[in-house]
Design a protein around this ligand. Structure first.
Ligand SMILES: Nc1ncnc2c1ncn2[C@@H]1O[C@H](COP(=O)(O)OP(=O)(O)OP(=O)(O)O)[C@@H](O)[C@H]1O
Ligand SMILES: [Mg+2]
Length: 460
């Protein structure tokens, strides 16, 4: 049993230490590149979680992240608790289907949600740039109807099957369509007929079937060919990558690893880093992260952590909402990133980011050149009454004729000036292997110094 009062990070003696129960309220670490996030506060927090015996999930943006965590695990005696995602199997569709059956429904919406988050993360990195909500919403509806039909027909849900239904939809004009349908019944139609012939379909399921048929024949069927093509490709460009090579092995075969392992003290490292596996690695990370978040909310138990360096890459729409439930479920979210605009670039929703940041109550600010982040940090830490002294005087030709008067007045000013974030120590030999950060947890703030904890950095 891990106590909520376990110290995760001892502070300076005057400020209350960062306890496990504080970490349930979320952590965000900001700092410019090379400011000492990873090797300073990031490493210290990782050590705190590992030494406290927590299980968790680690997302990897950079290739050395997995190795670094294995190294940390070695230093804290936790090697046996490490589970590498790339060495495992997680058939997420089968996992979702099995658990929804046991809990009675909800499967379609859960899977659509997981795909939606992954599609957004995937499309952010594609050449088409910003994700267009129209295509994504339309793709979501297409996906919902395809999944429903497969399930109503009593078939196993696989990515290949979903793609077969989606690809084999009416693409021609109305007359050709009827002709085509006579020659070759579309997949959705075959599934519809199969479902109709099943025994024991409830009234609700019959009505769902009608909705699916109407969608394929009326709503989707009537769209222009070009529009249909764009909607289909919003989904299939991601699905195509998931059905090949390593990703197909990892996500489409068996299941050896489940998110619930984190509650049993295992540290799952999602070692499909973005530099090596590109957008697909990011999309798979988002798929697993989303399912993990939901699983942690379903299975309360031992405290767990979610750690993401370069966290902006893995942000999803759900994160702000998830963060608001973390305290109740004993989940310590720990996100590292360079600056606030980086989050905006990925998530494109200022309100959502504000909600998320508001719910990440423990904030570490390392050296930063970003005026937006520095100004924000200074205004969060707040103002206080301060005495300002100024000199005034009149000129004369002799010393006696010169008079000067000093006046002091009280004014409200930042406790930490935005410029102070420019001069914090950033580690490495130049700074005696020390990095500094301002820690803020309302109402406390304190400057912290971190000895760079042994990482894999060469030439230390
Ligand atoms: N264990 C270590 N010992 C000494 N110096 C280190 C160690 N790890 C990193 N450094 C150096 O300290 C500085 C800060 O590195 P760190 O990787 O922590 O920065 P960062 O804020 O995570 O940067 P980025 O945003 O690019 O990931 C760099 O100059 C780096 O070379
Ligand atoms: Mg880093």
């Amino acid at each position: 049993m891990i106590s909520d009062d376990t110290i995760i990070l001892p502070l300076d003696g005057n400020t209350p230490d960062l306890l496990l129960r504080h970490c349930y309220e979320g952590i965000i670490v900001y700092g410019a590149t090379g400011s000492g996030k990873t090797s300073g506060s990031g490493a210290a927090l990782a050590r705190g979680f590992l030494e406290a015996g927590l299980g968790g999930l680690v997302l990897c943006a950079k290739p050395d992240e997995a190795e670094r965590w294995q190294h940390y695990a070695g230093l804290t005696g936790r090697e046996k608790d490490i589970v590498l995602f790339s060495g495992s199997r997680f058939n997420f569709l089968r996992y979702e289907q099995a658990r929804s059956n046991s809990k009675g429904g909800g499967i379609t919406e859960n899977i659509v949600h997981v795909f939606y988050e992954a599609m957004q993360a995937f499309s952010r990195g594609q050449s088409r740039g910003s994700s267009d909500p129209y295509w994504e919403n339309a793709a979501r509806t297409l996906l919902r109807n395809s999944i429903d039909l497969i399930l109503l027909a009593g078939e196993e849900l696989t990515l290949t099957r979903i793609c077969e239904v989606i690809y084999d939809t009416p693409q021609r004009g109305e007359e050709e369509e009827q002709e085509g349908e006579a020659l070759h019944p579309y997949e959705y139609r075959k599934l519809f007929d199969k479902a109709l012939n099943r025994d024991g379909l409830t009234k609700r399921q019959h009505s769902d079937l009608e909705i699916c048929l109407r969608f394929f024949e009326k709503d989707f069927g009537k769209l222009s060919e070009k529009t249909k093509g764009s909607i289909i490709s919003s989904f299939t460009s991601l699905a195509d990558g998931l059905m090949r090579g390593l990703m197909a092995d990892l996500l489409g075969t068996s299941t050896k690893l489940v998110p619930e392992l984190s509650r049993q003290g295992k540290i799952i490292i999602l070692d499909l880093d973005i530099m090596t596996y590109g957008e697909l690695g990011k999309a798979v990370s988002v798929i697993f992260k989303t399912i993990w978040q939901k699983a942690m909310e379903r299975f309360p138990g031992n405290p767990v952590f979610l750690f993401a360096d370069e966290s902006h890459f893995f942000q999803t729409q759900y994160d702000a909402l998830f963060q608001s439930t973390c305290r109740g479920f004993k989940i310590c979210t720990c996100y590292l990133s360079q600056n606030k605009p980086g989050y905006l670039l990925e998530l494109k929703d200022e309100h959502r980011i504000a909600a998320l940041m508001g719910n990440l109550r423990n904030k570490f600010f390392h050296a930063n050149d970003c005026p937006i982040t520095n100004q924000w940090a200074a205004s969060l830490i707040g103002k206080e009454w301060q005495t300002r002294t100024s000199a005034g005087g009149s000129k004369g030709s002799t010393v006696d004729q010169q008079s000067s008067n000093w006046s002091s007045q009280m004014q409200r000013d930042f406790r930490i000036q935005p410029e102070e974030f420019l001069s914090l120590k950033t580690g490495g030999a130049d700074f005696g292997n020390e990095t500094e950060a301002i820690f803020f947890r309302s109402p406390h703030y304190v400057k912290l110094v971190f000895d760079q904890w042994p990482t894999l950095e060469k030439g230390r």
